[in-house]
Design a protein around this ligand. Structure first.
Ligand code: AMP
Ligand code: MG
Length: 512
């Protein structure tokens, strides 16, 4: 039996952290997509599925009695600049629901109209970014990368006006473990001080790190910072594994629970380049592919600053002198956590990239083997996904000339340097204790064959914008659900292909 369980715990924190907001009805809602599997996991009653009632609710046209729509207040560093007040300008939280496994999730409408935090924006979403977030987040999920999910997408039947003129609008329903961000803590710190930071930290700990409630209060907030840092390290290492570039790693887009959030201009690498940037607004390459681990650490430092007053006990801060030394102690503690982050990020890089190369027990000395392979990909302009996928074929007796069954060597027009590297690699694999078949399947489980390639997403969006047809979108959504399988049918073989120079997408846009 399913029990639809609804809570409003963020709202219970008070009006400092969120403001009431009503969705603004749209003219002619029409289904784009509904995630039936997720709906069942969330134990949503059947009338909230892809039905007339569902259409009303997931377009924002009807506010059901179990919802208490509110917009969350947060601040954030955008491209390094502090904006003291951002907040949900085009999103509103409907409720928190408990899934089959007892886990609580936020349900949020995106593009359902303006809120107290819209800062002059229309609170709407264009259909392009909605389709993009749907495809990216659902594919990230099956790729095994922590992410927010897509529950529903509804076309609004209205135009929204953006740089390129009027484009069809849509409302997206996002599901997340929560929408707490580093920016939420910055907001609390800037506008409410230590007391509000503590209130939010206690809330975040209870919700995402309940094991820390057992930790003595004196250490709890440091342990919290540490736990958030470890999840960020894990998340970013997964991004690097699949070739994902978030594109807007602002502190307001950094989730406290370690999920990928806010897909804006996010994109996957085609050809490998460590400094690859897609986002049109990232002019200086702040959020380039390889910079992501260091940026996550920078963001964590911003969280640490908010938590500083909680890191040492109050009685240690009584007079001016002791307050000063208490602050210094707090900074030293936080710095240690940031150092732990670096260490963890480096260790995860070795283990993740080593696993991609089929190394059974990667260790720090494998660093140069990994780096050398990446340098080869960069200098020969090789596709990141294909290179790792086809590397496993070097361990089979495949004689395929091209495509997903061909060995990696066939990707190199001038293979000499690659062959020298391959020699070292095969030698290293001799240390594996497992049979070669297991190495191949281990490689297949961490190296996807299919990724949501930018040019394919762009084609699907163009098709919708030009003809209203969602055919390509559905085709992609479906085909990308099995990214680790050997591509076999005609469609999968086509989706395996890297873009030609003409097809390659160079720029992606927030599309807000
Ligand atoms: P994002 O780039 O999606 O992370 O958004 C950054 C900030 O701009 C957030 O506070 C958003 O709520 C706000 N924002 C983005 N687009 C809109 C819009 N169309 N209307 C109102 N606020 C928006
Ligand atoms: Mg955002």
């Amino acid at each position: 039996m399913t029990t639809f369980t609804v809570q409003h715990t963020l709202f219970a924190l008070g009006s400092f952290f969120s403001q009431p907001a009503s969705p603004k009805a749209v003219q002619a809602p029409q289904w784009i997509a509904f995630n039936q599997t997720l709906a069942e996991q969330l134990q949503l009653p059947a009338d909230l599925h892809a039905t007339e009632t569902g259409l009303g609710v997931w377009s924002g046209n009807q506010v059901p009695n179990w919802a208490q729509p509110r917009a969350h207040a947060y601040a954030g560093h955008q491209f390094g600049n502090l904006v003291p007040q951002l907040g949900d300008g085009r999103a509103l939280l409907l409720a928190e629901v408990t899934d089959r496994n007892g886990k609580r999730w936020d349900i949020q409408l995106k593009g359902a109209g303006p809120t107290a935090f819209s800062r002059g924006g229309d609170g709407r979403s264009a259909i392009g970014p909605v389709l993009r977030e749907y495809l990216l987040s659902e594919t990230m999920f099956v790729l095994g990368v922590p992410t927010t999910r897509a529950l529903a997408a509804v076309a609004s039947g209205e135009l929204v006006f953006r740089d390129q003129g009027g484009v069809p609008g849509a409302v997206f329903t996002r599901v997340a473990s929560s929408h707490l961000r580093i920016g939420s803590f910055q907001f609390a710190s800037l506008h409410g001080g230590a007391e509000k930071v503590k209130q939010l930290a206690d809330y975040a700990i209870a919700r995402h790190y309940p094991e820390l409630t057992e930790t003595a209060e004196g250490n709890r907030y440091l342990a919290f910072l540490h736990a958030v840092a470890m999840r960020q390290a894990e998340l970013v290492s997964q991004w690097l594994r699949v070739g994902f570039i978030h594109g807007v790693m602002n502190t307001d887009n950094t989730s406290i629970c370690g999920e990928t959030i806010d897909y804006g201009p996010a994109a996957f690498l085609d050809v490998y380049h460590p400094q690859k940037v897609f986002s049109s607004i990232d002019r200086r390459g702040r959020y380039a592919f390889n910079s992501q681990p260091a940026i996550a650490q920078w963001n964590l430092a911003r969280l640490a600053e908010c938590l500083l007053p909680l890191l040492v006990a109050e009685h240690e801060q009584e007079d001016e002198n002791s307050a000063k030394s208490a602050r210094e102690d707090a900074i030293a503690l936080a710095t240690r956590v940031l150092d732990d982050y670096s260490e963890r990020a480096q260790a995860l890089w070795i283990s993740t990239m080593g696993a991609k190369l089929g190394i059974e027990q990667p260790h720090s000395e494998d660093d140069s083997l990994i780096q050398d392979f990446l340098v080869l990909l960069q200098s020969h302009e090789i596709d990141y996904t294909q290179a790792f996928w086809q590397l496993a074929n070097e361990l089979t007796d495949s004689s395929a000339a091209g495509g997903p069954e061909a060995p990696a060597v066939n990707l190199f027009a001038e293979p000499e340097k690659y062959l020298a590297w391959r020699h070292c690699w095969l030698q290293r694999l001799e240390q594996n204790q497992r049979p070669v078949e297991e190495t191949i399947s281990a490689m297949r489980s961490v190296n996807p064959a299919l990724i949501p390639r930018n040019h394919r997403i762009a084609e699907a969006i163009t098709e919708v914008e030009e003809s209203g047809s969602l055919q390509r979108f559905y085709t992609l959504l479906n085909a990308w659900q099995t990214p680790y399988n050997m591509p076999s049918n005609e469609l999968e073989l086509e989706l395996y292909q890297a873009p030609s120079k003409e097809e390659e997408v160079q720029r992606t846009f927030c599309g807000t």
